[in-house]
Design a protein around this ligand. Structure first.
Ligand code: ADP
Length: 334
């Protein structure tokens, strides 16, 4: 009786909220980053000032928003959430900035997509805690400098390289989030399963951790699909085989690659004979935006050794050919 959504797994609108940890101690993995952040927060608390601005960089779903909320929570201050694309004019940002309370955290997701004028306004505000507010319109307009209380900007970006250096330089602490190793994902999956009231056998959480693409958001999403499976099949406890069957239904392969990953590898191998192929050609071939291919898909494929980036373009490795069940032509041997 259950209706399966026709939307591809990656685009499903799910709430991340119920599985979000609220304190740093509940944030799984990334030990170095956590230790650095802990010190940073402790120092700010001891000095009794809002901490420096923080930049969180890394692929989607690795915990940037979660960390921002944890920072605000640990400091006991409110958090205001916005994003680069949501701010269309510098004025939108000016009105947010001028309404911030002392110590408040301003979280700007996809900060690399702020319009240029807003960017300039932001780095002045971050440095001097001042914003110029425009009053009136046309020839009679004038700008009034407004002093802001001290606050903390937490920026998140999937493309750190796209941030102009003056803006990047305003962050006192930059953290790079990386894909999670399977053992960390497994802890995360076990924690989430407990929250969802789902009983997983050891092999089941292990299978899930291996197929989650190194990404907490994907791990949680797959876990929910496995929960659906367990509910429909009246399973009191989920075994590894159940996970495999459920994920097969959703076309998640044994390496955790999803449809876009496979489409990208297939295009390089079949249409471009293994590459090299430029990002734009490749993106057009799979019908996806270049930014998505570059920031969502490629980092994982590169890390797992399916793809290499060369100055001439993307090249599929032998592992990619093999994974697609094809033989790499000798001439392409790298
Ligand atoms: P991002 O902002 O980087 O796209 P999110 O912070 O929204 O990612 O995380 C996506 C989901 O994964 C959330 O439900 C969050 O609770 C969970 N998550 C991410 N990182 C962790 C972590 N280290 N420990 C526990 N849960 C995490």
């Amino acid at each position: 009786l259950r209706m399966m959504s026709a939307a591809p797994l990656g685009n499903e609108p799910v709430s991340d909220e119920e599985l979000r940890p609220h304190v740093l101690a509940g944030f799984i993995g990334q030990p170095t980053l956590k230790a650095q952040l802990q010190l940073f927060l402790d120092a700010a608390r001891k000095r009794d000032v809002p901490p420096d601005h923080i930049l969180l960089a890394g692929p989607p779903g690795l915990g940037k928003t979660t960390l921002a909320m944890i920072v605000a929570n640990e400091l006991g201050v409110p958090i205001r959430v916005t994003s680069g694309p949501a701010i269309q004019h510098a004025g939108d940002l000016a009105s947010i900035l001028s309404s911030l309370d002392a110590g408040e955290v301003l979280f700007i997701d996809e900060i690399h997509r702020l319009p240029r004028a807003a960017e300039e306004l932001l780095y002045i505000a971050m440095e001097d805690f001042r914003v110029d507010v425009m009053v009136g319109k046309g020839p009679g307009a004038s700008s009034i400098p407004l002093t802001l209380p001290r606050f903390t900007v937490i920026g998140a970006t999937t493309r750190e390289g796209m941030l102009p250096s003056p803006l990047r330089a305003r962050f006192g602490f930059t953290a790079h989030l990386d894909f999670y190793p399977a053992d960390e994902l497994r802890k995360l999956i076990e924690r989430s399963a407990a929250v969802l009231g789902l009983e997983l056998e050891q092999g089941a959480s292990q299978q899930l951790s291996l197929r989650s693409r190194g990404t907490p958001r994907i791990a949680n999403r797959l876990l929910r699909r496995v929960r659906d499976w367990a509910i429909v099949h009246d399973l009191p406890q989920v075994r590894a085989d159940d996970v495999c069957e459920a994920l097969a239904l959703y076309q998640i392969d044994t390496e955790g690659l999803d449809r876009l990953d496979i489409a990208v590898l297939t295009a390089i191998v079949k249409q471009f004979n293994g590459g090299p192929v430029g990002l734009n050609n490749l993106s057009a071939m799979v019908g996806e935006e270049a930014e998505t291919v570059e920031t969502v898909c490629e980092p994982y494929l590169v890390r797992e050794g399916f793809l290499i980036r060369t100055p001439k373009g993307r090249v599929a490795t032998q592992k990619a050919w093999q994974h697609l069940g094809l033989t790499m032509p000798d001439a392409q041997d790298a």
